[in-house]
Design a protein around this ligand. Structure first.
Ligand code: SF4
Length: 159
């Protein structure tokens, strides 16, 4: 079971446009200056149940407040424990919420992702990778906290 800390059904801060945003539990990177230390433990927060998942899908489909897409952050959505759950979720969003984009933030570098983690990339549009490095912190950056982090436009790569 994957745990989560926060779910925002209408969010305009974490990614472009109006979004649904999920902060999951579990992160092994231990970045100095982490803004979200309470999310490090896998068993922190609350279980992300099927009911939560159904609500998230319904929110993305809600035409009264159109959402541009889904943002997945944490913690780390690509923590090995979270990967099967996240893969299932992004597959569902792809199948049931056409036209919605999926952004995902991870502390791993893209080059170091294992096969299971890379499989998730097939179902998302944008990946922001890399640990938060305090010495490279830059508050003028959009969607990332430090200069080492890279915004990968995966949907563009797929053409
Ligand atoms: S990857 Fe993010 S959540 Fe994890 S320790 Fe680093 S800043 Fe904190």
């Amino acid at each position: 079971m994957m745990h989560f800390h926060r779910y925002y059904d209408v969010d305009i801060v974490n990614g472009p446009g109006t979004r649904c945003t999920l902060f999951v539990a579990g992160c092994e990177h231990q970045c100095r200056g982490c803004y979200n230390q309470s999310t490090w433990r896998l068993d922190s927060g609350a279980p992300f149940t099927l009911q939560h998942e159904e609500r998230l899908i319904a929110d993305l489909q809600d035409s009264r407040i159109p959402r541009q897409g889904l943002s997945l952050s944490g913690g780390d959505p690509l923590h090995p424990h979270n990967v099967p759950h996240i893969r299932r979720l992004v597959k569902r969003v792809r199948a049931e919420c056409p036209g919605k984009d999926i952004w995902l933030w991870t502390g791993y570098q893209r080059a170091e992702l294992n096969r299971a983690q890379r499989e998730v990339l097939d179902y998302i549009d944008v990946l922001i990778d890399g640990r938060f490095i305090e010495a490279q912190r830059d508050t003028t950056l959009r969607w990332r906290g430090s200069r080492n982090q890279i915004i990968w436009d995966l949907s563009k790569e797929r053409g």
